[in-house]
Design a protein. Sequence first.
Lengths: 255, 692
Amino acid sequence: MGIHLYLSMIPEALIASMLTPEEFGVYYAVGSEKKSHGQAIFFELDPDFRHPELPIDEGFRRCVPHEDGRPKNSIYITVYRALERVALDAIRHLYLVTQDGRVLGLEGTSLNIPDDTGGLHLYQEIAPVNPLIVSTLGAKAFYNLIVKNPTSLLTLPAVCFAELRLGELASNPEYGSVGDLPYANIDHLRQCLSDLRSKTVNTKMVDRLSSPAFPYRMLKSGVFVGNTEKLMFFPLPSQEELRTRHYRWWRSANM
Amino acid sequence: MSNTLWLVLSLIAGIISVVAAFTYFKWVLKQDPGSERAKRVAGWIRDGARSYLKKLYGALGMLAGGLAIIIAIVFGLQKDFGYGLTMAITFIFGALCSTIAGYMGMTVAVEANVRSATAANKGLNPAFNVAFKAGAVMGLAMVGLALMGMSIVFLITGDANLVLGFSFGASTLALLAKAGGGIYTKTADIAADLVGKVEVGIPEDDPRNPAVVADNVGDNVGDVAGMGADIFDSYVASSVAAMLLGAALTKLSPDQRTLYTIFPLILSMLGAFASLIGVQFVQVKEGGKPGTSLNNGTIYTCIIFGVMVIAVVLLADIDRAVLWATLAGLIVGVIIGFTSDFFTGDDRPPVVETARVSTSGAAINIITGFSYGLISIAPSVVGIAAATLIAYFLADQSSIVNGVYGVGIAAVGMLSISGMIVSSDAYGPIVDNARGIAEMAGMPENVIEVADVMDAAGNTAKAITKGFAISAAALTVLALFSAYSSEIALAVEELGLQAIDMTMSLANPIVIAAILLGALTPPLFSALTMLSVTHNAFDMIEEIRRQFRADPGILAGTVEPDYVKCVSLASQDALKALVLPALLAVVLPLVVGFILGPEALGAFLGGAIVTGILFALLMANAGGTWDNAKKYIESGFFGGKGSDAHKAGVVGDTVGDPFKDTAGPSLNTLITVMSLVSSLFAPIIAAFHLFG
């Protein structure tokens, strides 16, 4: 049994485990006797990755099978400031896990990163903080603003975020149809989007304490992760591909 | 044509229907049952459904046996031992025929679900064919057995009162099958959803849910066996009511009187033939709409039936008045069926509005859905009133029959195409199960898509049938109400009793008290059945949670849950919950009759009929509105799945579940049973009562 290294985003943590990514996703979402469960987002890292501030070797040493031979589910190595210390080159895959344990693995790229500059945007920051933000900036420019070239005192050493769909509100915040947008307090969202048009700001906070466990069906293009070195993008397959090739995950994500 | 020949033809029509049902049954069994996994999943559902029906029919057998002994003694004492025994036998015969129809329907349903899912791999047409032909087994078997039963009883005895015994047997079983099935299905459905979807977050029909098999079993015992028994009961009761009213046409010659007594059987025979032809029209092409095909089948059946009735009335020189009464019932029945779709159909204004206001929370959703349910009563009640008045006044113009006979015939006209209606209705739970099996057996996406298309049409068919069943029951009980009064008059005449005033004046405090007691019964019955659902669902929720706690492997998908535990829990709880509602239906009319007298019992029935019809329509339609409002939101409006509106919609749908599938559909059977008990015991109540 090999040892895997996982970087969880909900909550932010670095974890050693003897479970494969699919098994770990089920375990992490569904829980064990401890009854912790819920939607999960995690990266699988190169197990050879090391960082002086992270006691990974100690975690691996403790990650041994149970007495009855069952693999060790998890050894938490750190539960904060994990993302900022992980080199993005160590990331292998991103896994999106639904609350009932359906796991979808996504390949990352640092090349073809979409930068949709038209219309308004909605970003859910997943780690290290979780605000819900509206912005006039595309994903790449948004990342630059909060990580690389901050214009305010607020800056993050690394960030994982997702762009969520805004539907008609992206171009018509005042009167666009809500359609299937499940966001709470939609009037406030409309107001924030309208403010972006009337005021000279690029971003506006919609919700300070937004849950990072957003509905996957709202993902516009995929998940972004970046630090001061680079930005990576994990595109979500098309709806058609999800329906035909990942039906169980798709159905669970659409609950 | 002689009356005996008509009866023989009715019997033959019944036999042909049953043979056709068997032919379809065998055809369905020949279809591919699919992979081992699919067969295994279907086996769980089949075993669960059979185990419940075995328990239900075992309990009902004992109840029917007990009631038969009481009937034999009471009627033996009233007339003679032979009469009492014959009445008891016809009662048992009625219960038996209803049992066979329900069992046949359910047996084919639990075989067809997996075959329909497997056929969906080849496309919509083969999958639809399997599901609809299986539904037709229920429809045709029900009509055939009812026709055979009534024809045999009348052929042998020549006494419409003994056919009433047959009807009472069928109704008693129907009440318990419908209410029990309703309690079972919603217990499992609510428990599976509340723990599965809300607490744990697993999708519908997920095999990890310990209650998923019980949920699918519930579709069969509630919507196939229960609804089949319900329509069987209305079908027979409407014929019997009209037969009794025909037998009361004392001014006619014996031959003529017999002709009008058996005319309801002639209509049923024509309806059976029309349904046999109509089901042949139900076909769907690839990419077609199953709902349209089902509706077309109903429309063609109506037209064929109408033409047949006109031909028979003209050729056999039967009074034209009964033709108009029949057509009035048929047309109004179809209109009511389709208008109930207005209040519950997807994209219809009431559903869209209920979905829209869900953005303001569950309370507003519930108030809106409930209000539309109340409004939905109006068109049906106006339709029932119109059919009653049209049938009454057209028939009353005749020198041969009278107005109340016309009302009875209108009810028969409405129910005569039950073969087709039940075929469409039984199709619903079969495709619902097919979808569940496809999901649980891990069938490919194209199968799920086909199953989804078929399932949507099944829901519409179900809504139409409910409106139809309630309206038909309303007309039936109005006819039974008249039959009860004429039974009292006949008893007074035959037994030489002192005249009994049946004017039911509102100035009489006993009448007022009886109306209030009658009006109370349907709400009380509804409350008892719905409380049974919540109580039983609470037990099942605890069991599901216990299983998830006891073995995390269940949620992880590595360990199979204990499906049998949930199935048996639902079965035993549903049966226990039936005792009090059953007593209410059978004992209360007798208590009122023997204590307050025949006039008060008439008033009691009047009160029960009024609130019964109103509550049945309200509950069936409000429940349908809430259900489809949730589905409308899920289809991508007002925030879609996961939004606050959706959460409110889910609450409304959960409230509506026992409304539309437990209490609402059982109420028409309740008022039918109470009317039949009253008519059956009318001669004894006329002779023995404390007041009045």
